[in-house]
Design a protein around this ligand. Structure first.
Ligand SMILES: [Zn+2]
Length: 72
């Protein structure tokens, strides 16, 4: 599958580009989908989520882990 949000299932839309002379050509709009790590059942998963779902807090982001190795 192409670009679509796995939370709200929003996919691409189609329509026309319209030039100044009103010539129309087909175009598509894809949602702003980001691949993010979210927490599902306490475990991180990588899913495609649109930025609206991210902003609306529909998913719980997994914390990016920074590996700290203590030496000496
Ligand atoms: Zn979404």
């Amino acid at each position: 599958m192409g670009k679509f949000c796995e939370v709200c299932a929003k996919g691409r839309m189609s329509g026309h580009n319209v030039s100044h002379s009103e010539r129309k050509s087909n175009r598509t709009w894809a949602p702003n989908v980001q691949k993010v790590r979210i927490v599902v059942d306490g475990r991180p998963m990588r899913v495609n989520v649109c930025t609206r779902c991210l902003r609306s807090g529909y998913v719980q982001r997994a914390a990016t882990q920074t590996v700290v190795t203590e030496e000496a």
